[in-house]
Design a protein around this ligand. Sequence first.
Ligand SMILES: [Cu+2]
Length: 330
Amino acid sequence: MTDQRPGPAEVPASPSSPPGGGVPEAAGVLVDRGTLRLALVVGGLILAVLLGFGLGRLNPAPADATGRTSAAATDHTDAPGTGAHEHGTGTGIDGTTEVGGLAVGSGGWTLTPLSTGLAAGRLGEFRFQVRDVQGRPATRFAVVHDKPMHLIVVRRDLSGYQHLHPTMGAGGTWSVPLTLPQAGTWRAYADFTLVTDDGGQSARTLGVDIAVPGDQTPRPLPEPTRTATVDGFTVSWSGEPRIGATQPLRFAVRAGDATPTLERYLGAYGHLVALREGDLGYLHVHPEPGPAADGVTFQLAVPGPGRYRLYFDFQVAGEVRTAEFTLTAP
Ligand SMILES: [Cu+2]
C-alpha cells in the first residue's frame, strides 16, 4: 500500500495493456509524465537558485544526501487535487525519504472521521470521509494493491497494529468494523489514491488520532530484532537499511523446518508497513513483484536516525498474519 504509484496492472480502469508487446498508448502518457516531471525538477531548481540569489545567500546544495531541499522545491507544484503525484517513487530526488501520515490534511484533501465513542475492547465501527476544500466527500478512488482504501490502525506506542480495508457507501463514506483492545490514543492512517477530475491520480496518506478512554500503560518499544515468531511461523529479515537511500529488505517465513507457501496478498507476496517512533511517520515501502524462493523483498528508504517498527503481513493457507520488528537506524 505504501507503494503509492499503482502499476498498470493494479488500475482496472486502464483500457488496454498489450501483453508483452509495445506500449503505444501508455508510452505517450509515460513520456508526458516524465517530461513534466523533468520540467518540474528543472524549474524547481532554477526557482530555488533564483530565490537563493534574491535573498543574498548561497544555498547551492541539497541540505543532505536525501535531496530534501530539491524535493521541497518540486513537491506539490500541482494545484490541490489535480495531477499525478510522485510521492515515493523510489528514485531519489522525489521525496522518497519523506514520511506520510502526519497530517489530517494534504493538498486540499482532509481525512474526516465521522464515528466517535469507540470503547476499549468493544466492537465498534470507524467511519470517515475524505473531503475536498469545499467539504465535499471524494468518491473516486483508484484500486492500489487490490483495494481502493487501506486503513492502518496502531496505538501511539506502536502496539496493536491492524491493517483493514474499509468499504465505501453512497456519498463517499467509508466504514469498517473496528475493535481497539486497549485504552489510549490510537493513530489511524488512510492510505488511498484519488482519481482526479482530469483523470490523473493523487496518492495520499492522511492520519488522525482516535481517543479511547481509560487507563493505559504505554508499552516500551521492543528491542531491535531480525527474527519474530507469530502463530508458529518464524519470520526473519535481512538487508542493510541505510538513511536516505533505498535498500532492499528481504523477509523469509519458516514453519519449523519447512518453508510454507506464501500466497498473494494485496497484489504481492506480502505487505510491509514501517512507522517511525516519536511522530509515527509512515514510511514509503515498495514491494517487489516476487515471489522468490528466499523470501519477499521490499525497497525501503529510512528517512533519518531513530527507531522504526516494521509490520510484515503475509498470507499462508488463507490466513493473514503480521510479524513485527523494531529497526534501529543507523
Ligand atoms: Cu491494505
